[in-house]
Design a protein. Structure first.
Length: 259
């Protein structure tokens, strides 16, 4: 097997485990469950399937998953005290390490019956992520990805968070290039075959501005309005892209996972 094919195969394996973790969690994310319980389930599933949860102890982070609820933009910390209730919107972010390669993905879950605004925001975020993914091919640029996401989201009346971005990935958790979720076409880093990175737009119902809480991790919307995020790990192929973290359940179930 060539080095190129071997790298892609290892990314598929890591991405598959991350996606399977979210699929497993789908039936366990429901009203009355704590985000800490979700974290423990994710940790055990990844460990039992030959991987390791990358966020655990990363730069002092003490949990295996990120659980970002309602107006939390990203990096929400699982807690025994945070019990899911009807109407909540939850993002679960999973990164699995398998054979020293990283698969990074996140997905939105609606608890019980989502309200109309929440459901629409989640749908737009999912579509925005795919607009970015579809801009991936050799010869295009990171700016093409960002512009596709920004133009779609803003034309729908939503804002795009500027403070966080997608990132290069592979045998390291975070590396170049940065994948901004806004920008101009034909600007930024040129995409070439063999690149691996994440696309993970954070889209807000209100303004784009965020705050970091005193725990040093949790990012929230400054106006306390809802935020939503989806994420996939992508490889640039000869003619386009490969999504390493898409699962069969996602293919069948689509963008919103009501629990």
């Amino acid at each position: 097997m060539s080095d190129y094919k071997e790298k892609f195969e290892k990314m598929r394996i890591a991405g598959k485990l991350a996606a399977q973790t979210l699929d497993m969690l789908t039936d366990n994310i429901k009203e009355g469950v704590s985000t800490d319980h979700i974290d423990k389930l994710g940790y055990e599933f990844i460990k039992d399937n030959g991987g390791y949860s990358a966020p655990l102890f990363y730069r002092g982070f003490k949990k295996s998953l990120c659980t970002s609820l309602n107006h939390v933009v990203c990096h929400g910390i699982p807690s025994k005290e945070r019990i899911l209730k009807d109407g909540d919107a939850l993002n679960v972010d999973v990164t699995a390490i398998v054979n020293e390669h990283y698969g990074d993905t996140s997905r939105m879950f609606s608890i019980g019956k989502p309200n109309v605004k929440s459901k629409k925001l989640i749908e737009i975020t999912y579509e925005a992520m795919w607009k970015g993914i579809e801009a991936v091919k050799p010869g295009n640029s990171t700016g093409d990805i960002g512009a596709a996401i920004q133009n779609f989201a803003e034309n729908q009346g939503y804002s795009v968070v500027r403070d966080f971005c997608g990132h290069g990935i592979g045998q390291r958790f975070h590396t170049a290039p940065n994948i901004l979720h806004y920008g101009q076409e034909k600007h930024g880093t040129k995409l070439i075959e063999g690149m691996f990175f994440t696309i993970e737009p954070m889209i807000n119902l209100g303004k784009k501005d965020i705050l970091i809480l005193d725990d040093g991790w949790t990012a929230v919307t400054r106006d306390k309005k809802l935020s939503s995020q989806y994420e996939h790990t992508i490889g640039v192929t000869k003619t386009g892209y490969e999504v390493f973290t898409i699962s069969e359940k996602e293919k069948k179930g689509g963008r919103v996972f009501s629990c």
